[in-house]
Write a protein that binds this ligand. Structure first.
Ligand SMILES: CC(C)(COP(=O)(O)OP(=O)(O)OC[C@H]1O[C@@H](n2cnc3c(N)ncnc32)[C@H](O)[C@@H]1OP(=O)(O)O)[C@@H](O)C(=O)NCCC(=O)NCCS
Length: 151
């Protein structure tokens, strides 16, 4: 697996991949706007045939970084793709003097919660009814943080 930077030329690829993991995927123009923001960047994981396996989008502000979104294609899950992306994102953030990473994850997303817990993220709070599930139902977000001293 190779992990490389995904700049503005990747926005269509990122939008296509996002449909494979989210009910309300981001459009290519949403990724374009995000990547045009200062301190925001994406990393994409590819296999030996150069096919995309997943990606992560990160925003850094001063000494904090937020994971905006992360996804692994369904047929590549549970093989370390997201862990690899998160570790590389953490190393890059650390090199840019980021001290702490944070993210929000829905309480009904055990895969993502398991990933972040596995990486050492700790729950620091909750946002009530943060995510709209489209059927009138809403679920809480868990706010999690990781200190980057170890990278
Ligand atoms: C969450 C997601 C990114 C995980 O990607 P992945 O590449 O399959 O994760 P990895 O293989 O790197 O897993 C690393 C660790 O995370 C945890 N984990 C991953 N998937 C899990 C699952 N389904 N259930 C429980 N724990 C899980 C495990 O601890 C795993 O380590 P292990 O396989 O050695 O047990 C993927 O399931 C996905 O794309 N989901 C849809 C989009 C999404 O929900 N994104 C997160 C939004 S906050």
């Amino acid at each position: 697996m190779n992990i490389v930077s995904a700049g503005i030329s990747y926005v269509n690829v990122l939008a296509e991949l996002h449909t494979e993991g989210f009910d309300a995927p981001w459009s290519a123009s949403a990724f374009e706007s995000a990547l045009a923001s200062p301190g925001t960047y994406a990393l994409i994981a590819k296999d030996e045939q150069d096919e995309p396996l997943g990606f992560v989008l990160i925003r850094t502000v001063a000494d904090e970084a937020e994971i905006l979104t992360i996804l692994t294609r369904p047929n590549a899950r549970r093989s370390g793709v997201a862990r690899g992306l998160m570790v590389e994102a953490s190393k890059q953030a650390s090199r840019h003097h980021v001290k702490k990473m944070f993210l929000e994850v829905a309480v009904d997303n055990p895969a993502a919660h398991g990933l972040y817990t596995d990486l050492g993220f700790k729950e620091v709070g909750r946002r009530k009814a943060y995510y709209d599930r489209g059927d009138g139902g809403r679920v809480d977000a868990v706010v999690m943080t990781l200190e980057l001293w170890s990278f």
